[in-house]
Design a protein around this ligand. Structure first.
Ligand SMILES: [Zn+2]
Ligand SMILES: [Zn+2]
Length: 753
């Protein structure tokens, strides 16, 4: 029986750093513990807060308002989870109430009612796929509009809600009707798209015998001390998932504990998720972004009650309300999608480590290309390093060949296809398709062309809201901003000098797709990028088609580099490795290496072996060289040296303080005042070993009509950075200054753009 409380400290879901004290009436006294939700009055409104302290210091003679309701029978946040949230609030200088809100289902923290369930909707499906260009030319000879819609649908994965086509993409309903009449399209009603993972056929569980290396890793992990952190460095195809499953079998099934498995993005890793479901059946709860608020609450309750003991999900699943957590696995731990982009700006990998310690469990961070942070922790032995150096089944890593784009015969460059596909890549692609094998092509830029430029004055068409060029898209035809979504007509004349010749430059996935189907008309091509996956589960649909060998060439952005395992893929081509290599960000080399190494790892996972081509203009770059040799260690040792001068993580800890506002001068002024304040703290000796860099305009100076300036804080010791941010955040409230100005603290940023 808990002690009766007379007052409690409560964190409210508002952007303020403090907590508020409320009186507890006797009828609620047994239901308020640290971690319990309470409903409290705030300026005539009701708000749901979380109790952080059950014995707050009370001021003599002060009147406290009473809590209105105590809805939790047992605290919504378990003690280890509450401690983890409080660590997040301190470490990331985030208002605690906003951290709790992020950790709980929205229906538990808002005053709102459950959202209405989605009604049935109409889905357009391709009913009769046309494989070749010849067939298309014949069928659509007199109906180019129908062809356009058909191919649009195809590029979107063959299955798209009618509403999306009509309202977002401007497709006319009469064209769709004609396609239906001709039997190329069918339109079906779908009750809901709810929990598509629940409806996915469950794969049979195949028991595999672990290799000696896997066995050693499983034994070491199962014997891990409470709070231990393991870095599982396994080359692509080395069978990390099997290790995870066997560790879960021991710690969860045999020892009766519970577990969290984090994956970068559920929709992109259906194969991994399927394997956990096959192995553990109904013990598994899959948390994904397509769950409705009601479904999310149902899942949360099933987890809180102990009905489900293994939770698989993306970033926010680290807050799953399990008790007695024995292990938290972070698969592909190097992925930047583990960092939350809004307050609280936590990194789920680092939260996983803190939570595992609080739970008395272990954390396993797995990757073929670990982040430099995790690697250096392993070097200093704060993390235990385990290696899976070989592919399972005796498979070899694919041979990687560099194509130097500077050394090509100029005569071939007149041909647009040849400009994109070098001779060796083209030859390999044709052979692969002829043999009935599959290829993956990576180009990390969506759209048709990178930008448009005036031939006369050199002006590049840029977004009116952001300081970034607009990208050319073909389906639908327009110029689009990838930051704010602004779209406009493709121009025929230069807006600046009225010059008549505007040229499209740079390459996007849409253009590569077009070149492929024109040049290799019999090849079945699927494209996977943000534009083709706007419909829910489009990712899984495309990947399932690849698995069924209905696709010869899978073309896409970085989305296709994540953990896919298709034994029939024998060729991987990186169309342009230089995209991203030269971004003004200290992690650009690391990102480019990870992307190349990960996509190369998709090749040759079956007995047929594999081949990889990397096309680049900088073959001597250490990221390219290391990717060719599959040499992660040589990459990290060079990259770690580069991060000493100037000092970047993991040599130092960083916090990026970003000021933004609609007025440029005001924004700059705020950044200057912020930097002055921080410099004073250092001058007064309040903090040591912290350097203030800036203020300076951000690399992308303007996003969504807001000017952006930043101040960078660099510290040798994590604790000093925590102190300086705590001073700063209490003096600059997050919405500080005028209503128009915003200050954002991004600690351990994954990007400085
Ligand atoms: Zn011009
Ligand atoms: Zn924009």
């Amino acid at each position: 029986m808990p002690n009766a409380r007379s007052a409690v400290a409560v964190a409210l879901p508002v952007p303020l750093y403090g907590t508020y004290t409320y009186r507890v009436e006797e009828k609620h006294a047994t239901r308020v513990e640290p971690g319990s939700r309470v409903v409290v009055p705030v300026r005539g409104r009701r708000m749901v807060g979380v109790v952080t302290d059950a014995e707050p210091r009370l001021e003599e003679g002060r009147q406290y308002r009473a809590i209105l309701e105590a809805p939790d029978e047992q605290p919504s946040l378990t003690a280890p989870l509450l401690a983890t949230c409080q660590w997040i609030a301190r470490h990331y200088a985030a208002p605690p109430g906003l951290v709790f809100r992020a950790a709980l289902p929205s229906l538990l923290t808002g005053p709102g009612k459950p959202a209405p369930e989605p009604k049935s909707r109409r889905i357009a499906n391709i009913a009769n796929p046309l494989a070749t260009l010849v067939e298309r030319d014949a069928v659509f000879k007199r109906s180019p509009k129908q062809r356009e819609v058909f191919e649009l649908l195809e590029s979107l994965g063959g299955r798209v809600p009618v509403e999306h086509l009509e309202t977002q993409l401007g497709v006319s309903s009469s064209v769709m009707t004609s396609l239906v009449k001709r039997g190329f399209l069918s339109i079906e009603r779908e009750a809901t798209m709810r929990d598509a993972f629940g409806r996915r056929p469950r794969a049979p569980h195949v028991t595999l015998e672990p290799t000696p290396a896997q066995r050693a890793a499983i034994d070491a992990l199962s014997a891990g001390e409470p709070g231990a952190v393991f870095l599982l460095h396994g080359v692509t195809g080395s069978g990390k998932t099997l290790v995870y499953i066997e560790v879960l079998r021991r710690l969860v099934i045999e020892q009766g504990r519970s577990a969290i498995v984090l994956v970068p993005e559920i929709a992109l890793t259906p194969q991994t998720v399927d394997r956990f479901r096959a192995a553990f059946g109904n013990s598994v709860a899959v948390l994904h972004s397509a769950l409705s608020d009601g479904e999310r609450l149902d899942a949360w309750r099933a987890i809180r009650s102990g009905e489900r003991r293994i939770v698989v999900g993306a970033r926010s699943a680290v807050f799953a309300p399990l008790s007695n957590v024995g292990v938290i696995i972070v698969d592909e731990e190097h992925e930047s999608s583990y960092k939350q982009g809004e307050t609280p700006r936590y990194h789920a990998r680092d939260v996983a480590v803190m939570r595992a310690k609080a739970e008395g469990g272990i954390a396993i961070l797995g990757s073929a290309t670990p982040s430099l942070e995790s690697w250096s922790y392993a070097q200093r032995e704060s993390y235990k390093l385990l290696s899976l150096p070989d592919r399972v089944g005796g498979g070899a890593l694919p041979r990687v060949q560099v194509v130097d784009l500077r050394e090509r015969n100029p005569a071939t460059l007149a041909d647009p296809y040849r400009r994109v596909f070098s001779e060796p890549l083209d030859r390999a692609l044709r052979t692969t398709i002829e043999r009935g094998e599959q290829a993956i092509l990576l180009l990390n830029r969506r759209g048709f062309a990178a930008f448009v430029q005036c031939n006369a004055c050199g002006d590049v068409v840029a977004c009116p809201n952001c300081s970034i060029s607009l990208t050319v898209h073909r389906t639908p035809e327009r110029l689009t901003c990838h930051y704010c979504g602004h779209a406009e007509e493709i121009r025929v004349k230069c807006a600046r000098c009225n010059g008549p010749t505007i040229k499209e430059r740079g390459l996007g996935t849409q253009q590569v797709e077009r070149l492929l189907i024109e040049t290799l008309p019999s090849a079945r091509v699927a494209r996977m990028d943000v534009d083709t996956t706007s419909a829910r589960w489009a990712h899984a649909d495309i990947l399932d088609r690849v698995a069924r060998k209905e696709v010869d060439v899978l073309l896409g952005t970085q989305m296709i580099a994540k953990g896919l395992d298709f034994p029939n893929v024998t060729l991987v081509g990186v169309i342009d490795a230089d995209v991203g290599l030269n971004l003004p960000d200290f992690r650009s080399g690391e990102r480019a290496f990870q992307l190349m190494a990960q996509v190369a790892g998709r090749a040759g996972r079956g007995p047929k072996g594999g081949l990889v081509f990397i096309q680049t203009r900088v073959p001597g770059h250490h990221a390219v060289r290391a990717a060719v040799e599959h040499d992660y260690r040589s990459f990290v040792s060079k990259e770690l040296m580069d991060r000493e001068f100037p000092a970047y993580p993991p040599t130092v800890r960083l916090a990026n303080v970003v000021f933004s506002g609609t007025e440029e001068a005001e924004t700059m002024g705020a950044a200057e005042r912020g930097a002055t304040y921080l410099n004073k703290l250092i001058a007064k000796g309040r903090v040591e070993g912290v350097h203030v860099i800036g203020p300076a305009p951000c690399a992308i100076e303007r996003i969504k009509s807001r000017w952006r300036w930043h101040v960078l804080l660099r510290a040798r010791r994590s604790s000093e950075l925590t102190r300086v941010l705590s001073y700063f955040s209490t003096h600059h409230s997050p919405e500080g200054g005028t209503a128009n100005l915003r200050v954002v603290i991004d600690r351990d940023p994954v990007s400085l753009l």
